[in-house]
Design a protein around this ligand. Sequence first.
Ligand SMILES: Cc1cc2nc3c(=O)[nH]c(=O)nc-3n(C[C@H](O)[C@H](O)[C@H](O)COP(=O)(O)O)c2cc1C
Length: 196
Amino acid sequence: MSKPYVLVLYYSRHGATRTMAKHIARGIEQSGIEARLRTVPSISTTCEAVEPAIPEEGSLYCTEQDLSNCSGLALGSPTRFGNMAAPLKYFIDGTSAQWLSGTLINKPACVFSSSSSLHGGQETTLLSMMIPLLHHGMVIAGLPYSETALLDTTTGGTPYGATHVAGQNNRALDEIELSLCLAQGKRLGELASKLS
Ligand SMILES: Cc1cc2nc3c(=O)[nH]c(=O)nc-3n(C[C@H](O)[C@H](O)[C@H](O)COP(=O)(O)O)c2cc1C
């Protein structure tokens, strides 16, 4: 039996969501519980195209055990047409076993996203990511307004979850976006420790 951990599961094509995932993982670890960073493979319309079993860079691919045994889950995706990216949805569509056995019931979860524009669908993306997690029986944790950065931000950061506005040129996370990623991770870690 491994030590309790919170799974930070994300897809990222250009690195912005991956950077957010790392800051959320830091926040989780600040709460005293381990964070496990995992990603999912890209998918393509070419049926023969396969990814190497171990990614060339970044986090390892998420296994069934990584998901089933977590104490909490932070789920991250780029905003794509106001929705989560297909590779993450494809992975989630493969989680029937977890749904049937109820391994995620009563575990806390949060969602996060990066988009290029401010009003380009971050919040709809976050909501779309919550839906399958609710089917899994997870307890969704957003960001409370006691995080006053939510009132000050002119870029990313929502009560539904941490976000980042990457712009056209992959802008770095600003201080507020970064602090909300940390806060989100810390809150999720604390909840995971209390609920497990
Ligand atoms: C197919 C596709 C659809 C996208 N849709 C949106 C969108 O609806 N709104 C938006 O603001 N940005 C959109 N983007 C931009 C990405 O959300 C943005 O570049 C994001 O920061 C990428 O995250 P990553 O660096 O983790 O891959 C889209 C990008 C692609 C490739």
